[in-house]
Design a protein. Structure first.
Length: 69
């Protein structure tokens, strides 16, 4: 295979996060989150919360897909 038949690789742009979302927790929710993070050694809470939210969203999209019948 010659190198001219390969398609050139495009540079991958990083997913820059520019949209901020802020939310509040009550005392019980905060204690539960802190306990979970300590128990499972989660050092990056932002990443954990972001992944948890996106996981719920994608699961709901999957469940709510349109059906033909």
């Amino acid at each position: 295979m010659s190198s001219s038949s390969r398609s050139p690789k495009l540079p991958r742009r990083p997913a820059v996060r520019v949209h901020r979302h802020t939310f509040m927790l009550n005392e019980q929710e905060e204690r539960a989150l802190e306990r979970y993070c300590r128990r499972y050694r989660i050092s990056n809470k932002s990443k954990f919360i972001r992944e948890a939210v996106i996981n719920v969203i994608l699961r709901r999209f999957d469940e709510d897909h349109p059906t033909l019948f």
